[in-house]
Design a protein around this ligand. Structure first.
Ligand code: NAG
Ligand code: NAG
Length: 355
């Protein structure tokens, strides 16, 4: 696998079993976290100034780290996800025989659009819009009023089992999948047809704790992106539990230094896309690594919104893009696809004041 030289260096260091080198590596990650905070503050300053200069009085919506939600706010978001997953959907049966709920409508849309909106310049804007539609739906259809959450995976890059979103409490997105011994790797089909094997990690079965256990949450669509595919190419009715396999190996690829490499070294969107998804042309950037460290349902490039962590993961992806844009607003908000390219123009008003 080809990787940029910085990551090769870090991986190399991470593989050497001496405590001194591990500590050096940790220090580098602490420094990288501090760098992200500095860049996020610059983004915040610029964005506030722009909004004041433009006398924007449209309501700008905050997006906030899940770790900073109150328990009431967490509960409200979880309820909103359940609300969409119990409300009848609009997808016709002949288009997706397995779709039942409004939540499924989103999964069907993602399955159908996947070949066009991944590994391409449409990746970031499509997902900005997709999140916007979900955000709108939980508010309009389910009365959600809180900030939209993101999962800052740089904070749990050593082990996603330590992330608040996965702590398995009633105020999380659920815990790990039950450990299943003797599993083989999952061969996922990437949008261009390449197969990648994701080795088994720490879970493998149904999510055992929290608000998305089998008694509370049912998946119906997929799999599409790995075998055995669900009926009708994954669009058929395939009721089953949410599964996870949290991986402290892939989480290393969402470390603070991987984000700093993107924020400090990218000067155009092509570079940002590569760091999100395909450094050196091989998928495995921070976006892909976010999915791969969750595992199973989240691995399915097509049906990945099946795992509700999808929304928090993609809000983080969008946050990184938004911060990157905010660091050189004159140029980075004006790279076409109209208003989607900016989070403070058009209809996409939101920001990430955290940190
Ligand atoms: C996954 O792919 C590898 C390499 O091609 C193959 O050896 C393995 O049998 C595949 N696993 C499954 C479950 O299909
Ligand atoms: C698919 O993408 C990967 C990574 O970008 C690349 O290595 C591979 O050659 C591509 N395969 C095809 C069939 O285009």
């Amino acid at each position: 696998m080809q990787l940029p030289s910085l990551s090769v260096g870090l991986l190399f260091l991470a593989c050497l079993p001496t405590a001194a080198l591990a500590a050096e590596n940790d220090d580098a990650e602490v420094a990288a976290s501090e760098r992200i905070a500095v860049l996020a503050a610059m983004y915040k300053g610029y964005t506030m100034k722009t909004m004041m200069d433009r006398h924007l009085n449209t309501q700008v919506r905050e997006r906030r780290d899940w770790g900073r939600f109150s328990t009431e706010e967490k509960e409200a978001f979880i309820d909103a996800v359940h609300c969409l997953n119990s409300m009848p959907g609009e997808t016709p049966r002949d288009r997706a025989p397995g779709a039942r709920t409004r939540y499924d409508d989103f999964i069907v849309a993602h399955i159908e659009q996947t070949p066009f909106v991944h590994s391409s310049g449409l990746f970031l804007p499509f997902h900005r819009y997709f999140l916007h539609l979900f955000d709108q739906d939980i508010r309009e259809k389910c009365g959600y009023k809180g900030p939209f959450p993101f999962w800052d995976w740089t904070r749990s890059y050593k082990d996603p089992r330590e992330a608040a979103v996965f702590d398995g409490s009633p105020y999380s997105l659920g815990g790990n999948g039950a450990y299943v011994a003797g599993r083989v790797g999952t061969n996922i089909t990437l949008p261009n047809g390449t197969i990648k094997t994701i080795p088994p990690a720490t879970g493998g079965g149904c999510v055992e704790s929290g608000p998305f256990t089998p008694d509370k949450f049912e998946l119906r669509l997929g799999p599409v992106g790995y075998e055995p595919q669900g009926p009708d190419g994954g669009l058929g009715y395939n009721p089953r539990c949410l599964t996870r396999d949290l991986s402290p190996v892939f989480s290393r690829d969402t470390s603070p230094s991987r984000v700093v490499a993107l924020l400090d070294q990218c000067w155009d969107l092509a570079c940002v896309n590569e760091h999100m998804d395909a450094p050196g042309g091989v998928p495995g950037g921070v976006h892909a690594a976010g999915h791969w460290q969750v595992g199973l349902n989240a691995l399915d490039v097509y049906a990945s919104p099946s795992d509700p962590i999808f929304w928090l993961h993609h809000a983080q992806v969008d946050r990184i893009w938004t911060i990157w844009q905010g660091l050189d607003p004159g140029r980075r908000h004006e790279q076409a696809i109209r208003d989607l390219i900016s989070a403070i123009d058009g209809e996409f008003y939101y920001w990430y004041p955290d940190h």
